[in-house]
Design a protein around this ligand. Structure first.
Ligand code: SF4
Length: 71
């Protein structure tokens, strides 16, 4: 099991791309102009910074072993 579970609200995403800067191995901008996560779970702590940096609050990061939200 990985450390973090990621959820992106595509309705909030405005494609600023700061999540891609913070965690380029996890996030990418798709052709529709919103962010996608390459994986739903990861050990990459950059996802926490990605969530904190998102100006739209579109990214939620949880501990993969429970429901605790970390960012
Ligand atoms: S930082 Fe937020 S608004 Fe910008 S691309 Fe990522 S999820 Fe979308």
């Amino acid at each position: 099991m990985k450390t973090y579970r990621i959820e992106i609200d595509a309705n909030l995403c405005s494609a600023f791309g700061s999540c891609v800067d913070a965690a380029p191995h996890v996030f990418e901008l798709n052709g529709g102009g919103v962010a996608d996560a390459r994986t739903a779970e990861t050990d990459d702590a950059g996802v926490v910074e990605a969530a904190r940096s998102c100006p739209m609050g579109a990214i939620a990061v949880y501990r993969a072993d429970g429901c605790e939200r970390v960012a």
